[in-house]
Design a protein around this ligand. Structure first.
Ligand code: UFG
Length: 331
């Protein structure tokens, strides 16, 4: 029987791709999701258990039923702008929910934990190349909530022997090349799907958030990583844990490619790949945005053998476009 892995947020964008990768690697992913932003149709690679991380008894029940060997924790609220307007939601759901999950995990006798963190924990770092040792100084409640969870994992490592692999993602993009699952947020706030919507006239023009940043073309720079590469790192991280290569505590890995793309460059590449005009206009800055977030990810390459082969902008836009044209889960 395939060893089970509890995947919180398995009905979401990254979680659903992780389930596909876990299944391909010989695990059985058990999705735990409250469907507040996820999609039932995205759960295709293993059992589904509807539940909320704020409901500790439900987590205990699901862990007892499935007896997973490890937990992969993706479930979270993840919109930077919303987190600035409604920080309480972020502290309650992300931090409170994670605390329940960690305590339930330990109570079930599970010690291996993979956590989905973010480069938003770094804040604005003046454009330096970021790595695992860069000091974290989040500038929005979303990033602050993720950093707090990282701290909790460290503390539970010292107190209870929890072993965590923490991945700090840069900007995740693209989709399953077979389009079984893909990126589908309601509301959508991410750049590439919004560009594709604008191309198709689905929600009017794209707004570029700020053109007066201290970059070559005045727009923000991000490091985009293909979601299939990203979830592959999670499988490698899980195997790393299972091979006893992580001591109690946390092992942090940045997942980026080292290549930064400005908003204007992403628009130009999207135009090039889709062969369609991208209607856009220039607008003011968005609160909570850092100028530049880029990471080389040498540690993940060296320790996990991670190779982000699909993370070219062309491939990410191409895969996102294919999925986009299929209509997402609303089709
Ligand atoms: N952008 C626009 N117009 C838009 C949307 C985005 O110009 O309509 C710009 C943003 O200002 C930013 C870049 O495109 O410069 C990328 O923005 P995204 O919203 O796609 O992603 P973020 O860089 O804000 O990513 C952050 C964190 C991630 C996190 C994500 C969740 O860095 O870790 O928010 O929303 F997962």
């Amino acid at each position: 029987m395939a060893p089970k892995v509890l995947v919180t947020g398995g009905a979401g964008y990254i979680g659903s791709h992780a389930c596909k990768a876990l299944k391909a690697a010989g695990f059985e992913p058990v999705t735990f999701d409250n469907l507040c932003t996820g999609w039932r149709e995205a759960v295709k690679f293993g059992p589904f258990e509807q539940g909320d991380l704020l409901d500790r008894a439900r987590i205990d029940e699901v862990l007892a039923l499935h007896q997973p060997v490890a937990v992969m924790h993706f479930a979270a609220l993840s919109q930077v702008g919303e987190s600035m307007r409604e920080p309480g939601k972020y502290w309650r759901t992300n931090v409170g929910g994670s605390l329940n999950l960690i305590e339930a995990t330990l109570a079930a006798g599970i010690r291996d934990f993979v956590f989905s963190s973010t480069c938003a924990t770094y804040g604005d770092q003046d454009g330096v190349m970021l790595d695992e040792t860069t000091a974290q100084a989040p500038i929005n409640a979303y990033g602050a909530s993720k950093r707090a969870i990282e701290d909790m994992l460290k503390d539970f490592g010292a107190s209870d022997g929890l072993r965590s692999v923490i991945f700090r993602y840069f900007n995740v993009a693209g989709g399953d090349p077979e389009a079984e699952v893909g990126e589908f947020h309601q509301p959508e706030t991410h750049l590439i799907p919004l560009i594709l919507d604008a191309i198709e006239g689905k929600r009017g023009e794209l707004t570029i958030f700020g053109t007066d940043y201290p970059t070559e073309d005045g727009t923000c720079i991000r490091d985009y990583v293909h979601v299939m590469d990203l979830v592959e790192a999670h499988v490698l991280g899980l195997k790393h844990l299972q091979a006893d290569k992580v001591a109690p505590g946390v092992e942090v890995f940045c997942l980026g490619t080292g290549n930064g793309f400005s908003v204007r460059e992403v628009i130009n590449q999207s135009h090039h790949i889709t062969n369609r005009e991208v209607p856009y206009h220039e607008g003011p800055r968005r609160a909570g945005d850092a100028v530049k977030l880029v990471s080389g990810s040498e540690k993940a390459r060296a320790l996990l053998g991670w190779q982000p082969e699909r993370s070219t902008m062309a491939q990410m836009v191409r895969d996102a476009w294919r999925w986009h044209q299929s209509g997402g889960y609303a089709r």
